[in-house]
Design a protein around this ligand. Structure first.
Ligand code: ATP
Length: 235
């Protein structure tokens, strides 16, 4: 269980997040929705320890994360698939996957995890020895997700996975996130501008506007919400 309470954070003297609160239960996919500049990426940065909140709390299974290093947070199994993938483009698919096995447990399970990943992304098996920079955008996103999975996440954060990808590839990636939650009890935070797709896979969602949570509900209720429909779905 991941619980964020009254989180305030920003950059230097600029406050971006105001009293943000939300939670993600084990096995739950939670969408963080909002338009450009709403504060979604800043929320992710505050979770992964890239920025340090000025106040508030972030607890993962009872352990406080505010004030802790990125390494400490990573070691708790909180793993992000970064916006823009950030692969090692001169390295092969397999070498990129290996980079995800940073913990002893992940290293020990590398072979097993790899086999498991290829069940979901069979294309990566074919591309195992290929240099990552020569893959298509969709395949690169699969490698980025697969690399995160190799790290054995307990809380997986997907930041804008749909960016620049064909719809069928986005569906494939979101489906994997859903399986991971339902079959392995992994908590998933999905930051996504494609709100229709995000709500189709998420259990619940939070809408952030100007750095504040303005709505939270089940994904189904959000998809029927008049404000969400008008402001984000254009219907
Ligand atoms: P997008 O979907 O465009 O990535 P977002 O919801 O993720 O948007 P953030 O990137 O969290 O939004 O940005 C929220 C606010 O914080 C914006 O006003 C942005 O200008 C500001 N901001 C983001 N990064 C920095 C930074 N490094 N220094 C100062 N301000 C920043």
């Amino acid at each position: 269980m991941f619980t964020v309470k009254n989180l305030n954070a920003g950059y230097g003297s600029i406050q971006v997040l105001w009293d943000i609160s939300f939670e993600v239960k084990d096995g739950e996919v939670v969408a963080i929705l909002g338009s450009n500049g709403a504060g979604k990426t800043t929320t992710v940065r505050a979770i992964t320890g890239m920025i340090h909140p000025t106040s508030g709390s972030e607890q993962f299974n009872g352990t406080e994360l505010v004030g802790k290093s990125s390494r400490f947070i990573l070691d708790k199994g909180i793993i992000q698939v970064p916006e823009g993938r950030q692969l090692f483009t001169n390295m092969t698919v397999y070498e990129n996957l290996e980079m995800g096995a940073f913990s002893k447990a992940a290293k020990a399970k590398m072979k097993e995890s790899e086999a498991f990943i290829y069940q979901w992304f069979p294309k990566l098996k074919e591309r195992r020895g290929q240099v990552a920079g020569t893959l298509s955008g969709g395949e690169q996103q699969m490698v980025a997700v697969a690399r995160a999975l190799i790290g054995l996440p307990r809380l997986l954060i997907l930041d804008e996975p749909s960016l620049g990808l064909a719809p069928n590839i986005v569906d494939e990636i979101l489906e994997v996130a859903g399986h991971l939650a339902k079959e392995q009890g992994v908590s998933v935070i999905l930051v996504e501008q494609d709100i229709t797709k995000a709500l189709a896979v998420a259990d619940r969602g939070y809408v952030i506007e100007n750095g504040r949570v303005v709505l939270s509900d089940t994904a189904y209720a959000l998809s029927k919400n008049e404000h969400v429909k008008k402001a984000y779905l254009g219907i």
